[in-house]
Structure formats: C-alpha cells, structure tokens
Write a protein that binds this ligand. Sequence first.
Ligand code: BEZ
Ligand code: FE
Length: 285
Amino acid sequence: MTDTDTAVATAHASGNAATDKFKTARVSCDTSPERAGAIYRDVLSALGEIIHRHEVTYDEYRVVKQWIIDVGEYGEVPLWLDVFVEHEIEDVNYSRNALAGTKGSIEGPYYVANAPELPSTCTMPMTEKDAQATPLVFSGQVTDLAGNGLAGATVELWHADEDGFYSQFAPNLPEWNLRGTIVCDDEGRYEIATIQPAPYQIPHDGPTGWFIESYGGHPWRPAHLHLMVKAPGKEAITTQLYFAGGQWLENDVATATKPELILDPKAGDDGKNYVTYNFALDPEA
Ligand code: BEZ
Ligand code: FE
C-alpha cells in the first residue's frame, strides 16, 4: 500500500504526488553557458557571503546537508521551492515582460493540466461534503487591456476544499474535484458556482514543516482560488484570488498575496456569496 492509499493526507504523500506530476513533463530551457555561469557564480557568492556573515558552524552545515537529503526523499522539492522561492520568479517575470494586465501570482505545486471543460455558466465538480460549505458564485469577464471581451477565452480554476485538500494530492477525493477548465462565452464571460475555500496549511509534517518550525514560523496560506486564464493571441496568466479580511492575508507563508488580487464577496439573500472579478490580458509578446 502506498501513502496515497491511506486515509491520511501526509506531506510525504502529497509531496510525492507533486514530484511525480512535475516529472511527467520534462522541462528544458535554452540558457547560454555564459548566463548559466553568471547565475551560478552569483548564487555561490551570495551563499558564501551569508555563511561568512553568520559564521555558519560545521554542525549547522551537516544539519542542512541532511535536511536537503530529506527534502528530496520526501518528494518535497516542488513544495519547498513553490513556498519559498516561486514568488520571486513570478515577480521578476511580470516586471521583465512589462505586463499591464491582471497581476499574476504563484502556480504552486497543485496545478494539474487538462481539467475537464465546463460551460461558461457552470458548477464546479464537488463532493456532497463540499456542497455543505458556503456557496460562492464567481462571475466576470476575460478582456483585453481596453476592456473588450475576448472570444475563445478559458479560465482554469482549481482550489482546496474546506479541509484544505486538493484533489489528486490527497486521498479519497474524486480525480477532478474542485477543478475545471471553464470555456467562456463569446464575450469572455463566465459564472462559476463553487464553494468558499478556507485558509490552508501547506503540508508540514515533513522537511518543509521542520524548516518552518526551525525558525518559529507558521505553515498557513490565506484562503485562495487558483486560476490560469488564456485567450487566443494574449499572454496567459497564472494567478490567485484571495478574500478581503481573510486570516493570513498579511502573513502568507508563500508570500504570494497582492492587493490587486483580493475579492470582497457579498452575501445574497439566498445564503450564497457573490463576487465579480474581471481578468485583463496583455497582447502576446
Ligand atoms: C498553494 O497555493 O496551494 C501552495 C503554494 C505553494 C506551496 C504549496 C501550496
Ligand atoms: Fe493553493
């Protein structure tokens, strides 16, 4: 029996699932030897400077060496990098491309490509238990920078359930639970019925959690929706949306919140929360 067969979601199990999914698409890039050398030299010289500044001891060095081995063995490389490093990569790429549309945010380790298509007005696949949570009706439009609706737009949405679990990374959830590719109408509009997600603790019973514990931190992310928005001839964006007044907004373990990405849903008379958010996409570079 593997960890994912058990009823308990562990960092080990979700970490290994994230590692396996990442490995299925072998990535490559055309970085020149000159650029690679310049980056490596800077990384090593920054590391050397930090070691000297803090007078790192041999015991500390050995503990870090053991911890890096553990991160690999627990399958937590995607988890640790996406919590502590991805936000810098996202930030520098948004600035470098001088994008003017909706801000991006980190993808994180739990994206799965090819989620089943849903029509522009739809209900996300959810369990009976999910259906007891506060309903959230999320609507809006995908536009160009001038506000014109975009035909052919899609909105991929994925988020955790009320217990903080993502389908395909926790046991006993339907494969595509709370995941879908919404095919917008001819004007880029969508209306998605889902549930209000809860704040979420990244898996922290493995080496990523030991790392956080070692500096007295916490493993919480504020409640969020993940989105990947695409339209023909436009730059795709990967982003997240958060909730006004939500816990951990100011203190996200993954440093991935932005003021432009905060929703403020209003409660309707029918007990559902309603919110509108539009996505503006830059022209393809
Ligand atoms: C998340 O948003 O679900 C996430 C982001 C970074 C690391 C782990 C999880
Ligand atoms: Fe998430």
